[in-house]
Design a protein around this ligand. Structure first.
Ligand code: HEM
Length: 269
């Protein structure tokens, strides 16, 4: 684009306008930004129509170099001025490259299941990538990117895991954290309570005894200490569970409760 700036030119002492008949043409080489959100594009501008050119970027101060770097996608105006003060300008559009055009990889995840009834949740996902790419950062459910590929404290759910390599190529995959299956010791205790809670008014239904519904697994885990006190330690006393006149638990059942608690008293034990 030609922009003619008048700098004078009449007889009678008015200095001649050095820009009459001068065409300043600005050209340039554009390097696109490597990906959306990256500010690594550039424009290398040059000009014809004189000498001693200086260059300005978006109306800013003129500088000797025509190189403008660190650009995000967008349209910019570069002006050139020759040693006589004649100027011309050109607008340039920097685009985003498709960062995935030159790299190929797939995303997956190594899962550690989440144990029910544990707070905070203890599931985790370690993002994996297969194929090319390097300098990865990772995110979960579209959140901020981090250097570590491991995301912890995850509950049972499906998560969108992202891996972004150094050039900006982002790929995602849905990864499911499932529940840790019930452990054998816990399963035995759950069965003991269920088998010994057959009488009306026991620990289920709309008005569970003591306000504790033992058909909810996490109530068993949360009340393990009281279960031991009432069903094991209080065995043979009026405070035993099941309460008299119901018979107390068998020795094998009481031992099973103790074994579970000694193993950690978790759903997964
Ligand atoms: C016939 C079966 C059962 C009946 C009718 C029954 C009834 C009750 C009642 C009325 C309470 C509240 C009053 C109290 O604390 O004494 C209670 C609390 C409780 N029961 Fe049972 N129960 C039965 C079986 C069991 C079994 C099999 C277990 C566990 C092995 C159990 C564990 C508990 C615990 C942990 C409490 C909470 C009280 C505390 O924290 O001390 N119960 N039960």
């Amino acid at each position: 684009m030609l922009l003619i700036v008048s700098c004078g030119g009449g007889s009678g002492g008015t200095p001649a306008n050095p820009c009459v008949g001068v065409t300043i043409t600005v050209t340039g080489t554009i390097t696109n930004a490597s990906a959306v959100g990256m500010s690594n594009g550039s424009i290398v501008a040059s000009a014809s129509g004189g000498s001693g050119f200086t260059f300005s970027f978006n109306g800013g101060a003129f500088q000797a170099s025509g190189n403008f770097t660190g650009l995000a996608a967008g349209t910019y105006t570069i002006a050139a001025k020759n040693s006589s003060g004649c100027t011309g300008s050109q607008s340039f559009t920097v685009n985003n490259n498709d960062p995935c055009a030159s790299v190929s990889f797939t995303v997956g995840g190594t899962v550690v299941t989440a144990t029910p009834c544990v707070n905070p949740a203890n599931g985790s996902i370690t993002v994996t990538t297969t194929g090319g790419g390097s300098g990865f950062t990772y995110n979960i459910n579209g959140g901020a990117f981090q250097a570590s590929a491991t995301f912890t404290s995850l509950a049972v759910n499906t998560y969108t895991m992202g891996a972004k390599e150094s050039g900006g190529c982002l790929k995602t995959a849905n990864v499911t954290v499932s529940a840790t299956p019930p452990g054998t010791l816990f399963s035995a205790v759950r069965a003991i309570i269920s088998n010994n809670c057959t009488a009306g008014g026991c620990h289920s239904g709309a008005a569970p005894a003591g306000g504790i519904d033992f058909t909810i697994d996490c109530n068993i885990v949360a009340n393990k200490a009281r279960i031991k006190v009432r069903a094991v330690d209080n065995f043979g006393t009026p405070q035993q569970m099941p309460p008299p006149p119901n018979p107390g638990l068998s020795l094998a059942d009481r031992t099973a409760i103790v074994n579970w608690i000694n193993a950690g008293g978790l759903y997964s034990n």
